[in-house]
Design a protein around this ligand. Structure first.
Ligand code: 4NP
Length: 152
């Protein structure tokens, strides 16, 4: 079982999009039973509010025929570091915030998703940019390269 945790700031746009995009890729390969894929926030704001996936992020998933289920935003906890094999952040700030919560990355589990690609970098926050298309394609690119890298 490969355990993957996607992490962004609010857990209502990028990380749940990534969760359901990767689940769809894995499902299409017939390998769902081999993976546990979840998502979390670094901030506690949306933990208190218990938000679902943000409307425009949902619309994007619907447009691309990516199935998704009920979601409740949740903050990453220290013990998640032990549970998951890969903790995949959207941007540098997420990596820094994750380390503040879980401690140092002694088992080298924390990455930025796009660091698996030929164009390492941050995935912009569509909550601020309003550009859910770019976010979607960046996540797809990152997830494809992530799978290539771990299945090598
Ligand atoms: P996300 O986007 O990190 O991709 O889920 C955000 C969603 C909500 C907020 C910030 C970022 N917020 O401040 O509520």
């Amino acid at each position: 079982m490969i355990k993957v945790l996607f992490v962004c700031l609010g857990n209502i746009c990028r990380s749940p999009m990534a969760e359901f995009i990767l689940k769809d890729m894995i499902n299409k390969r017939g390998e769902s039973q081999n993976y546990d894929i979840q998502s979390r926030a670094t901030s506690n704001y949306n933990e208190i509010e218990k938000e679902g996936i943000y409307g425009e992020a949902k619309q994007m998933l619907k447009k691309m025929n990516i199935p998704f289920t009920e979601h409740q935003s949740k903050q990453i906890r220290k013990e998640d570091y032990e549970t998951y094999d890969y903790i995949l952040a959207m941007e540098k700030r997420n990596v820094e915030d994750i380390k503040k919560i879980v401690g140092s990355d002694k088992e080298h589990k924390i990455y930025r998703l796009l660091d698996f690609t030929e164009q390492p970098g941050d995935i912009a926050d569509p909550w601020y940019t309003g550009d859910f298309d770019t976010t979607y394609y960046d996540i797809v690119y990152g997830c494809e390269k992530f799978l290539e890298s771990i299945n090598r």
